[in-house]
Ligand binder design. Structure first.
Ligand code: AMP
Ligand code: MG
Length: 415
């Protein structure tokens, strides 16, 4: 007998096709708000930030040392100069430097007129009001020019930029206290399933605790969105219809988990078709083949599968970037993929893009490699907690041998 060892489904969309279809439906939220700089963390700029000043505002020293006139320095041998004043950061600029003079200067202090070069302290020798400068200095060294970071009127940050620590600091360095950002995206979600118990309830026979609402809460909150947890909804068309209505009144995006396959209690797709619009629901991805994207009135709708790992994989593969676009991100934050050798074999059939869970680590020789977390069952949420990356295996690839190269996408970004 011939067994076909593949996973192709002619009705499925590829991951890239599905992402492209979703992205055609997305426009950023249209309302914006002015917020204090600190509150703007993780938000997206709704307008360009222009610099109202030169940064730095004045010519200043990049070193502790002496400000000199380069023309005074001898081409060979030491140069002797006279010196008296010291300028500290924050002092008013000292008087112009006369020929043959040096002024002792600290990092960040304003450079006097006529001085063009700073000599670092370690290359000088001082006795009373005289200082000797070692040879080999370069014209203009260790001087920060006014406006060298940003000129007055220049665009410091563009609309759509995600505001992280560096951006908050940059805005503050311009003396700007408030910025205009897109209002936070509102996302409502609920779980479906008669088998689901919530924390605090005893587990009846056949029940499991609902974990998807907690993962969704974590993923959405970490991205800076406002989220509304509507609890567990029973596998009953009226209950789901009511939840759809409530969710779509309060949010820009509605996310559900469970009930999108073709089982008897899977009501999401037919209800979505009746109440809104189904754009697609079958994707060549593992885990997470059934996924609904569509609309409920003005809301975007994502119906994620029920299995806990599939929820996370489909969220990061499709939903995250869509939500960031709706929240105003432009460009989207990148999540780079790196090519590493796997030290464990990876089982796979061609036909679907797989997001396997992996652990990137450095071996004794200093090489970074990846290994599998083990059992890749889509209900095994522990695999996500042990992993620090997805191993992304393209649709047409089959099983992978130990030692082969694979693409990995790290969970953590540094900044
Ligand atoms: P479904 O897509 O509704 O058929 O669910 C697929 C699998 O995921 C089933 O084993 C469900 O019990 C499980 N599941 C569905 N929703 C949740 C949830 N919120 N938390 C944990 N497991 C779930
Ligand atoms: Mg279900």
């Amino acid at each position: 007998m011939n067994t076909i060892n593949n996973d192709y489904d002619p009705q499925s969309m590829t991951v890239d096709q599905a992402r492209a279809v979703i992205s055609r439906h997305l426009k950023p939220v249209d309302s914006t708000m002015r917020v204090p700089v600190r509150t703007a963390l993780n938000r997206f700029l709704a307008e360009d930030v222009l610099s109202p000043i030169d940064v730095p505002a004045h010519v200043n020293s990049a070193m502790d040392g002496y400000a000199v006139r380069f023309a005074d320095l001898a081409a060979v041998g030491e140069t002797e100069l006279t010196t008296s004043a010291t300028v500290l950061a924050g002092d008013a600029p000292p008087p112009p430097l006369a020929p043959g003079q040096a002024v002792r200067i600290m990092t960040g202090a304003a450079i006097p007129e006529n001085a063009d070069t700073v000599v670092m302290q370690e290359q000088t020798r001082r006795e009373g009001d005289r200082v000797w400068i070692q040879p080999g200095q370069h014209n203009g060294q260790h001087v920060r020019q006014a406006g060298e970071d940003l000129h007055k009127g220049a665009t410091a940050l563009r609309r759509g930029k995600r505001l992280r620590a560096a951006e908050l600091g940059l805005i503050a360095s311009l003396g700007i206290g408030e910025v205009s950002v897109f209002r936070p995206l509102r996302v409502a979600f609920f779980s479906t399933g008669d088998e689901l118990a919530s924390i605090g309830q005893p587990l009846a026979e056949g029940q499991i605790y609902d974990s998807n609402r907690y993962t969704l809460h974590g993923m959405l909150t970490a991205l800076g969105f406002d989220c509304f947890d509507l609890g567990v909804v029973r596998d009953h068309p009226v209950a789901i219809e009511n939840a759809f209505e409530e969710a779509s009144r309060m949010a820009d995006v509605v996310i559900t988990s469970g009930g999108v396959s073709v089982g008897e209690a899977d009501f999401i797709k037919p209800l979505l078709a009746r109440m809104g619009e189904v754009v697609f629901w079958k994707i060549a991805i593992k885990p997470g083949r059934p996924l609904a994207y569509g609309h409920l009135g003005p809301c975007h709708f994502f119906g994620l599968p029920g299995n806990p790992v599939a929820v996370m994989v489909t969220f990061y593969a499709f939903v995250r970037d869509a939500l960031l676009t709706l929240a105003g991100a432009n460009p989207l934050p990148i999540s780079p993929r790196w090519v590493l050798r796997t030290t464990t074999p990876l089982k796979k059939a061609p036909g679907r893009t797989e997001f396997q869970r992996g652990i990137v680590s450095q071996d004794a020789q200093g090489e970074w490699t990846v290994r599998s977390t083990g059992n890749q069952g889509s209900g095994i949420l522990r695999s996500m907690t042990e992993a620090n990356c997805f191993i992304v295996l393209p649709q047409d690839r089959g099983s992978v041998e130990a030692g082969d190269e694979v693409e990995v996408q790290l969970f953590e970004g540094l900044v």
